[in-house]
Design a protein around this ligand. Structure first.
Ligand code: GDP
Length: 202
C-alpha cells in the first residue's frame, strides 16, 4: 500500500469523544517506550505524525489519523506507566479498554512488543485479555535492529512458547525496525488486505 495521505483527525480522552465510527480502524498499543510513535511515523512516512515521546507514557489520549481517506490508524495510550499516579493511569486504562471492547469499527489491534525483552507479564496478560474477549490482534516485535538474527529468533521463540501454554495457535506476527524500515511493507499490506476483505463483505 502506498500512503498518499495521512492526516491527524482528533485526540480523544474517552471513547465517547472519539470521531464517529466511519471506517475501518487499526489500533497500535504497547508499553511505553516500546517504539510505538516511531513505528507509526515509519508506517505513514510522516516524520512527526505521532510525536516521538521524550517522557515514557506521553500518549494519554486515543489519537485518530485518517490514512488515504480510507482507513484510520489509531494510536492508543500505552500501558505500564511507571511515572504516573495510579488515579490517572486508571483513567487511560479505562478509556483504552472501552475503545478496544466497544469500538465496532476496530479491525485489528497491533500489540507492540520490544524484541530485546524476555516475555513481559503485562504483555502476555494483555494478549490473554484480548484473546478471551475475541479482540482480533497481531504481534509486532519492535527494534529488531538492536538484536542479531539468532537473538531475535530466540526472543520470539520465548514469546511463542509462553503463549502456546494457553493458546492453540499464534496470532499474525510482524518484525519491525524503524532504522531500516523492516516490516513496513508487511504491516501495510496486511492492513490493505484486511480493508479489501471488509469491502468484499459489504
Ligand atoms: P513510544 O513511547 O512507544 O512511543 O516509543 P518511541 O517511539 O518514543 O521510542 C522509544 C525509543 O526507542 C526512542 O529513543 C526511539 O528512537 C527508539 N526506537 C524506537 N523504535 C526503534 C527501532 O526500530 N530501532 C531502534 N534502534 N530504536 C528504536
Amino acid at each position: 500500500m502506498i500512503i498518499s495521505s495521512a492526516t491527524f483527525v482528533k485526540s480523544s480522552p474517552t471513547l465517547k469523544e472519539c470521531p464517529p465510527a466511519s471506517g475501518p480502524e487499526f489500533g497500535f498499543i504497547g508499553r511505553s517506550n516500546v517504539g510505538k510513535s516511531s513505528l507509526i511515523n515509519m508506517l505513514t512516512g510522516w516524520s512527526k505524525l505521532a510525536k516521538i515521546s521524550g517522557e515514557p507514557g506521553k500518549t494519554r489520549t486515543i489519537n485518530h489519523f485518517l490514512i488515504n481517506e480510507s482507513w484510520y490508524l489509531v494510536d492508543l495510550p500505552g500501558y505500564g506507566y511507571a511515572k504516573v499516579p495510579v488515579s490517572l493511569r486508571e483513567k487511560w486504562v479505562n478509556a483504552t479498554r472501552e475503545y478496544i471492547l466497544k469500538r465496532e469499527t476496530l479491525v485489528c489491534l497491533f500489540v507492540l512488543l520490544d524484541s530485546r525483552l524476555r516475555p513481559q507479564k503485562s504483555d502476555i496478560e494483555f494478549m490473554e485479555y484480548l484473546g478471551l474477549r475475541q479482540v482480533p490482534f497481531a504481534r509486532v516485535f519492535t527494534k529488531s535492529d538492536k538484536l542479531g538474527i539468532p537473538d531475535l529468533e530466540k526472543s520470539i521463540r520465548q514469546y511463542d512458547k509462553e503463549m502456546l501454554i494457553k493458546w492453540e495457535s499464534l496470532p499474525a506476527t510482524f518484525i519491525t525496525s524503524v532504522k531500516d524500515r523492516t516490516g513496513r511493507v508487511e504491516i501495510l499490506d496486511y492492513i490493505e488486505e484486511s480493508v479489501n476483505n471488509l469491502s468484499k463483505q459489504i
